[in-house]
Design a protein around this ligand. Sequence first.
Ligand SMILES: Nc1ncnc2c1ncn2[C@@H]1O[C@H](COP(=O)(O)OP(=O)(O)OP(=O)(O)O)[C@@H](O)[C@H]1O
Ligand SMILES: [Mg+2]
Length: 400
Amino acid sequence: MSGTGWERVTVVRDGTTVLRDVTLRAADGELLVVLGSSGSGKSTLLRVLAGLDEVTSGDVVIKGRTVTGLPTDRRRVSMVFEATALIPFLDVSRNLGWGLRTRGTPEAEVQARVSGRARQLRLGRLLSRRPAELSKGERGLVGIGRALVQTPDVYLLDEPLAGLDAAQRSTVRREVVDAVRRLGVTTIYVTHDQSEGLAVADRVALLHQGSVVQVGGPRELYERPVNLVAAGSVGTPSIGLLPARLVSSGRQAGFVVGPRTLPLWRPVPPALRDHIGRDVVLGLRPEDVHDAGTGEAPEAVALDGVVTEAAYTGRNTVVSLAVGAPPVTAPGVELSAGSSSGATLRSFFPAGAAVRPGDAVRVAVEAVRAHVFDAVTGQALWHPADDRTAGPGESSDDLR
Ligand SMILES: Nc1ncnc2c1ncn2[C@@H]1O[C@H](COP(=O)(O)OP(=O)(O)OP(=O)(O)O)[C@@H](O)[C@H]1O
Ligand SMILES: [Mg+2]
């Protein structure tokens, strides 16, 4: 099999299972992002691929070749780690060329690659400095440059933008993506920053407590999270969650949330039929929760809430509100944030909106925009995107 990645890899350290039966493969030339919260096992994944850590069981594969057990220098990997160690007694220029020189690359080519990469990453004025004479962000940039001057079988980038400021992050992110695309080198890009991950990825693998939760394109992860962990991990501000009960009356389905019922304006979708009368969790993205004062869609239902936070972003104000329903307690919800004060929704209000914590607000939501999860298992049952792709017999025109 071709590709680069992990085959049933388990890593146990001091009795702790750090990676649990991970099977994941990047296609040749693919930029695969591994997204996960702190401690989820991202660095360990890269380290076993690089040969810096051993697997407890399973295999690692680079470009179709099983390399489990091979030493690092026989794996043709080029790495950027969180705290990339530069060689202290060499200047930046020599640090950049180090990997190439150790592989016996002709000096003229080393020079050409180093100066080209230094120009792209705007390192020119740093070339004759030693690492101790650089800022943290500059050292990070040199680390990236040193990896990218090489053309390995795989780039392993562990939080490559950590330590850079906001402006540098977007420039360097673009340079990294350009470089790996142009060279066609398979790249595993680790980050805990989901917006960075979604921006660069061909595909994203979501890692949680050492297991792969979901693998897919950025849009698939956003539109079709497989469970509450995935829903809470992708999207900023994060998805709002409401405890609800699915009801059906006549040919109309609805969700009971506290004292209100959110009508779906259609029969129960087939995927939800086994859940009539049962508890579910509704997930509503902030873009689907509107200030009810602004005259929304006639199918929307108003929910009353109390503002818990109003964060001005310049473009808008992100309002978090407690809606007077108990907090959601399904598996994976501890990630999805803000549940201690009861069920929480988030919404984009206009930048100039005069909202303060403690204010009563009314928001409009539509049941048809809600992701529906099983309240016991946390698994996704239905997504708004399923509505668009419903078969002919299930289209909304048919059923209204
Ligand atoms: N020797 C060890 N014994 C026990 N647990 C360990 C050992 N080494 C690592 N771990 C645990 O393995 C888990 C995964 O660590 P890892 O560094 O891969 O996480 P990460 O996803 O890269 O986190 P971060 O985003 O903070 O860098 C952590 O919970 C860590 O505490
Ligand atoms: Mg890490």
